[in-house]
Design a protein around this ligand. Structure first.
Ligand code: FAD
Length: 275
């Protein structure tokens, strides 16, 4: 499939990118790694008339230690997360989950900002970022605003970002140590998760999130509450499908996804040593 015709603009900075998307409004789309947008354009599910290429805004590729948190530029690629010594030491679950995204080509081009802005409930990074918590920085024509990760995902492929805003930075708490695990159930190694589960200890509390169990990435609140109340990981995992609205597709029915969520949550909690 060939995308519809579009104009191409290259932004040299986030300010320039925001000015361009403000100028062209909902006709324009930011282009980061292009590994979600271009396939959608080829299928004509997205038909922007202007593409604003932010792929060369080099100053947004950082992964920085800011003492009480880690700051990640929106254009950091999945590959740079996977290989970051800082993340491997201070937030190993994020480095690991990045290594499970697609194949090497996808990981070299795709960016964390693109993955979060795309807000696909079947994607890996949105769910792990939701489990970790923290906040996201959105830059618009009137300056920056900070959004809690828990408020960011609003619907199927929807976030709180408006048409004239660009996600610039991801701020995450540190979660060092071994108390984490990610379970991704798929049929082929490079596929999206049929269901995924992230479990991680963050600042003394166990956080659990689910991939592909609703219209957004979801926190498994019932599991977290059960664990906080003293339940074993096996007992808590039985609550994993509570409050979810799993989709149906060629891979799985909602009932099968609910079963997977329970099994994968138990495995994730046990592998993380959370009992
Ligand atoms: P783009 O495609 O450039 O953009 C995606 C959307 O986000 C667009 O609407 C764009 O306008 C917007 N956007 C981009 N950056 C910003 C920003 N900074 N601020 C505001 N809006 C922005 N993902 C997984 O999680 N797991 C997988 O297993 C997986 N497998 C894949 C396999 C294949 C073959 C392919 C092609 C993709 C796969 N992906 C998978 C998706 C991949 O991770 C994408 O790269 C990622 O979801 C989007 O990042 P991007 O930088 O490519 O964004």
């Amino acid at each position: 499939m060939i995308p519809a015709a579009f104009d191409y603009k290259r932004a040299g900075s986030s300010e320039e990118a925001v000015a361009l998307i403000a100028e062209y409004g909902d006709e324009a789309k930011l282009l980061a790694g292009g590994h979600s947008l271009i396939p959608m354009m080829k299928l004509r599910l997205a038909v922007p008339t202007v593409l604003v290429d932010i792929g060369r805004v080099g100053d947004l590729s950082y992964i920085d230690d800011r003492d009480d948190h880690i700051a990640i530029g929106a254009l950091a690629t999945h590959r740079s997360l996977e290989t970051s010594e800082l993340l491997i030491s201070e937030c190993p679950i994020l480095a690991h989950v990045a290594s499970k995204v697609g194949d090497p080509q996808v990981r070299h081009r795709g960016t964390i900002g693109g993955s979060l802005a795309h807000s696909d409930p079947a994607s890996d990074l949105p769910a792990v970022v939701l489990a970790l918590g923290g906040s996201l920085i959105a830059q618009g024509p009137n300056g920056e605003r900070e959004v809690k990760v828990s408020d960011f995902f609003t619907g199927y492929f929807e976030s709180t970002l408006s048409d004239d805003e660009m996600l610039t930075e991801i701020r995450l708490p540190k979660a060092p140590g071994d108390s984490w695990n990610y379970q991704k159930f798929n049929r082929r190694a490079q596929d999206w998760a049929i269901v995924g589960v992230a479990a991680v200890e963050v600042q003394g509390a166990t956080k659990v999130s689910l991939v592909n169990m609703g219209s957004t990435p979801l926190r498994a609140a019932a599991v977290e509450d059960a664990l906080a109340g003293g339940a074993s990981s096996e007992e808590a995992a039985e609550q994993a499908a509570e409050g979810t609205d799993a989709p149906t597709d060629l891979n799985a029915s909602p009932e099968y996804r609910a079963h997977l969520a329970r099994v994968l949550t138990r495995r994730a909690l046990e592998a993380a040593g959370i009992s």
